[in-house]
Design a protein around this ligand. Structure first.
Ligand code: C2O
Ligand code: CU
Length: 501
C-alpha cells in the first residue's frame, strides 16, 4: 500500500477490503434501511401559536466590497458586513425572517443546528425552490432550543463568501452568571482575492482529473493521487490531512490579524464567549493567551463544564466557554489546523494596559490540553433517555482528491440512496470515515447523541474513525446529512435522511 495516498477511497463500489472492514456490502443503504419510496408524513404549516413572541427581521443578500482591515474584497454578504447581522431570539420564539435576494444568483438560507420546521430548512430541491436573483422568501419557524447557532446559504459554495451570520437563541432560564458575552465568528477567506469560491471548486475538480462515469465506481483507486502543496503527510494528530484549500487570510469577526477586532472588559470580569466556526475548509485550534477556558456548551447544548487550554472547532461547530479575565492585553487566536500558509485568525482582549501581541503570536495554551468533543459529557438535562435503537443506518464517508469527488454510501449525492426513518424511532447512525481526511459531519433539523451522550449537530470524524450516533426521529421532514467542508459537500458528500410512513 505504499503508493496509497492520504485520501484514497477505501470503500467504493468495488472495495473488497472495504467489505471486510464494514462487515457488510458497500451497496448504498445496505442493512435494515427501509426504502425511500412513499410519501413523507403530513407536516402542518408553521404558524405562530396564540401569544407566541414573534421575531421579525429582513436579511438582504447582496454584492458588497468589504474592508477586512487592510485588504478590500468584492464579495457577497448579508448587508454591509461579514459576519452579517446577528439574529437573536429567546427559546420558544417564532422567527419570521425575510430573505431579499439581491445577488446575481439563486440562494437560500439554512439555519444551522436549529431543530426547525422542515419547510424553513433552506435546502433547494429538498425543502424549497431556490430563491432567484431579485426574489424573496420568508422563513418561518419556532426556535425550540437555546444556544449558539449560525446561518448561511445552502447553494453551491456560497458559504465560502461573506454570507454567514450568528443566530443566538437565549435561554429564558439561564442564570446569566457572566458580565459580558462575546460572539466570535471564525472564517477562512479567499473570495475577492483574485479567486472566488466557485473558481476554487472548479480548480479542485480540474486538478483532480477526469471523473470516470457512474457512481463512485472510479473512485476506488488505490493508486497515488497525492494532493500537493499544503497540509503535508506529516500533519500533526489528531486530524491528519484537514483541508483542501490554501487561503490567503483567516478572519475573526471579519478582520485580518494585522487589524484585529478588540474586545474590551475589566480585569476579573467573567465573559461568555460564543465561538462559531463559519469556515468552509478549515478546522481551527482556539486559545486565549494567559487564560484557561471553561467549556459550557457544544453546538448550543449544555455540557458538564470542562476547563481546557484550547479547543478544536470543525467547520459548522460551535462552543460556548466561560473565562475570568486577567489584567492586560491578550491574544484570542484561531490557528488553522494543518495549514502552513495564510497565518492565523486573531482578536484582542483588552482589560488593561500592555503591548498588543503581533499577528503571529503563539500563545502557550495552543500547546496545552486541547479539547476534543469526545472528551465532553452532556449536561444531564439534555441526555437522551436510554432506549435501544429501533433502526440502524450505515453511513460510509468516501472520496478522493483525484478525481475530486466525495460521496456517502457508494455514490455522490443525487446518486446515493437516501436514508429513511419513521417518526418516533430511535435511529442509530453508524458512521465510518473511509478516507484519510477529517470530515465534520452535520445533520439538519436534529441534535444527535455521541456514544458519550454528548448532544451535537456537527461532529468531527478523524481519518478512518467510526462513530455511532443516535437520534430521536421527532422532527418530520426531508433532511440532509453532510460533510460541512463545503467543497466536499458540493462535490457529493451529502445524503438525504427522509421521514417515511
Ligand atoms: Cu451548515 Cu447543510 O449546513
Ligand atoms: Cu469532508
Amino acid at each position: 500500500m505504499t503508493g496509497m495516498s492520504r485520501r484514497t477511497l477505501l470503500l467504493g463500489g468495488l472495495g473488497l477490503g472495504a467489505a471486510a472492514l464494514t462487515g457488510c456490502t458497500s451497496a448504498p443503504a445496505a442493512g435494515p434501511v427501509p426504502s425511500a419510496s412513499g410519501p413523507m408524513p403530513t407536516l402542518p404549516p408553521a404558524t405562530p401559536r396564540p401569544g407566541q413572541r414573534i421575531v421579525e427581521q429582513v436579511l438582504t443578500a447582496k454584492p458588497v466590497t468589504l474592508d477586512l482591515g487592510g485588504p478590500t474584497v468584492p464579495t457577497w454578504a448579508y448587508g454591509d458586513t461579514a459576519p452579517g447581522p446577528l439574529v437573536r431570539a429567546t427559546a420558544g420564539d417564532f422567527l419570521r425572517i425575510r430573505l431579499d435576494n439581491q445577488l446575481p444568483a439563486d440562494t437560500t438560507i439554512h439555519w444551522h443546528g436549529i431543530r426547525l420546521h422542515n419547510k424553513a430548512d433552506g435546502v433547494p430541491g429538498m425543502t424549497q425552490d431556490p430563491v432567484p436573483a431579485g426574489g424573496s422568501f420568508t422563513y418561518e419557524f419556532t426556535a425550540p432550543d437555546p444556544g449558539t447557532y449560525f446561518f448561511h446559504p445552502h447553494v453551491g459554495v456560497q458559504l465560502d463568501r461573506g454570507l454567514y451570520a450568528p443566530l443566538i437563541v437565549d435561554d429564558p432560564n439561564e442564570p446569566g452568571a457572566y458580565d459580558a458575552e462575546w460572539v466570535v465568528v471564525l472564517d477562512d477567506w479567499v473570495d475577492g482575492t483574485g479567486r472566488t469560491p466557485d473558481d476554487v471548486l472548479a480548480k479542485l475538480i480540474a486538478d483532480g482529473g477526469p471523473a470516470p462515469s457512474g457512481g463512485m465506481g472510479g473512485m476506488g483507486g488505490m493508486g497515488g493521487m497525492d494532493h500537493g502543496g499544503h497540509g503535508g503527510g506529516n500533519a500533526p494528530q489528531p486530524w491528519g490531512d484537514a483541508g483542501d484549500v490554501t487561503y490567503p487570510y483567516f478572519l475573526i469577526n471579519g478582520r485580518v490579524p494585522t487589524a484585529p477586532a478588540t474586545f474590551e472588559a475589566k480585569p476579573g470580569q467573567r465573559v461568555r464567549i460564543r465561538l462559531i466556526n463559519a469556515a468552509s475548509d478549515t478546522i481551527f485550534t482556539v486559545a486565549l493567551g494567559g487564560h484557561r477556558l471553561t467549556v459550557t456548551h457544544g453546538d448550543g447544548f449544555p455540557v458538564e463544564p470542562r476547563e481546557v487550554d484550547a479547543l478544536y472547532l470543525g467547520m459548522g461547530e460551535r462552543y460556548d466557554a466561560l473565562v475570568t479575565l486577567d489584567d492586560g492585553v491578550f491574544p484570542l487566536v484561531a490557528r488553522p489546523f494543518g495549514k502552513t500558509e495564510g497565518g492565523q485568525g486573531l482578536a484582542l482582549v483588552t482589560t488593561g494596559s500592555g503591548q498588543a501581541p503581533g499577528p503571529d503570536v503563539s500563545p502557550a495554551e495552543l500547546a496545552g490540553r486541547i479539547l476534543l468533543a469526545t472528551d465532553l459529557r452532556p449536561h444531564e438535562s439534555v441526555r437522551l433517555p436510554s432506549r435501544s435503537p429501533d433502526a440502524t443506518a450505515h453511513m460510509s464517508l468516501e472520496g478522493s482528491m483525484s478525481p475530486y469527488r466525495w460521496g456517502i454510501n457508494g455514490a455522490p449525492f443525487g446518486q446515493n440512496q437516501p436514508l429513511t426513518v419513521r417518526e418516533g424511532q430511535r435511529l442509530r447512525l453508524n458512521v465510518m470515515n473511509m478516507t484519510m481526511m477529517t470530515h465534520p459531519l452535520h445533520l439538519h433539523g436534529h441534535t444527535f447523541a455521541l456514544p458519550t451522550g454528548l448532544r451535537k449537530d456537527t461532529v468531527l470524524l478523524a481519518p478512518m474513525q467510526s462513530m455511532a450516533l443516535e437520534l430521536d426521529a421527532d422532527n418530520v421532514g426531508d433532511w440532509m446529512v453532510h460533510c460541512h467542508n463545503i467543497y466536499h459537500a458540493e462535490a457529493g458528500m451529502m445524503i438525504g435522511l427522509l421521514y417515511r410512513g
